[in-house]
Ligand binder design. Structure first.
Ligand code: SAH
Length: 256
């Protein structure tokens, strides 16, 4: 998969792309990400990318021509037409399902807005606007990184163990079960926040070596967490028979 990002702050994006799972996928060539400096597509001496808004009011607006030139440069001559995304708080809310859908595209272009946003005529060249949440950021760079990371996790070969993506929160409409690692017992000092000195233990079942019981416990934890924290997800969750039975028991227990 190839992703092109257009931004006025390439360094902000490039650095973050080097770390972790995304960084490794780029190194291995499973994922290709190119970052384009919008200023390189200006034609004036001062490389101006913004201008005052028609109609007046505060703030600046990203000019359309450099963005159009960047898109022509990226998409022109490409054998597959890329899907062009515009980061925008007014866009489709990014969810695990949206990330999985976008991961099936061979090429994505992500446009990062700044200031008050981009000249609205740019939307004519955009396939979809994507929002990463109901809050306003100062630019599309962090959203672009969020999009790349969440989309890349669905590209085969990016996450080492594909089962872990399937089990991740939201993948089947459930939150993930809790995870523990060594030591089996953790001593917490009474200077630390909480209720005095205490020992925190890993649930016994995880140390039992009984794989059937562990699997069942994890399903139960995933469902009870979802029920407690995000009951809205359960309506469209993709549950198997065992999980449906666990949910029935947990909801019956709650009503008692
Ligand atoms: N005036 C605009 C916000 C501009 S914020 C409005 O109210 O709709 C500047 C840029 O940051 C946007 O163009 C967009 O690219 C990016 N941005 C801000 N919040 C975002 C969000 N929640 N999701 C995706 N992009 C966002």
């Amino acid at each position: 998969m190839q992703i092109d990002i257009v931004t006025i702050f390439p360094a902000m994006v490039e650095h973050a792309l080097q770390a972790g799972i995304v960084g490794r996928a780029i190194e291995r060539g499973t994922l290709a990400v190119k970052v384009h400096d919008l200023r390189a597509f200006t034609t004036d001496r001062h490389h101006v990318v913004d201008d005052v808004p028609y109609g007046g009011g505060p703030g600046m607006v990203l000019k359309p021509e450099p963005i159009i030139r960047a898109l022509a440069d990226i998409a022109g001559g490409a054998s597959t037409r890329p899907t062009v995304l515009l980061t925008s708080p007014q866009g489709t809310l990014l969810t695990q399902n949206v990330a999985a859908r976008l991961s099936r595209d061979a090429r994505l272009v992500i446009l990062c807005g700044r200031y008050e946003g981009v000249d609205d005529r740019v939307r004519d060249l955009v396939d979809e606007e994507i929002s990463i949440g109901d809050y306003v950021l100062s630019g599309g760079e962090l959203p672009a990184l969020v999009i790349v990371d969440s989309v890349a996790r669905h590209v085969p070969g990016v996450v080492g163990d594909e089962q872990s993506v399937v089990e991740d929160s939201f993948s089947r409409g459930l939150l993930d079960f809790p995870h523990y690692t060594r030591p089996a017992e953790l001593t917490i000092d009474d200077r630390l926040p909480g209720t005095g000195a205490r020992a925190l233990k890993v649930p016994d079942v995880l140390l039992s070596g009984n794989h059937a019981e562990i699997r069942h416990w994890r399903k139960r934890e995933a469902i009870s967490r979802t029920l407690q924290r995000r009951p809205d997800l359960l309506a469209s969750a993709d549950l198997d028979d065992e999980e449906r039975e666990i949910l029935r028991q947990l909801t019956a227990g709650k009503l008692e």
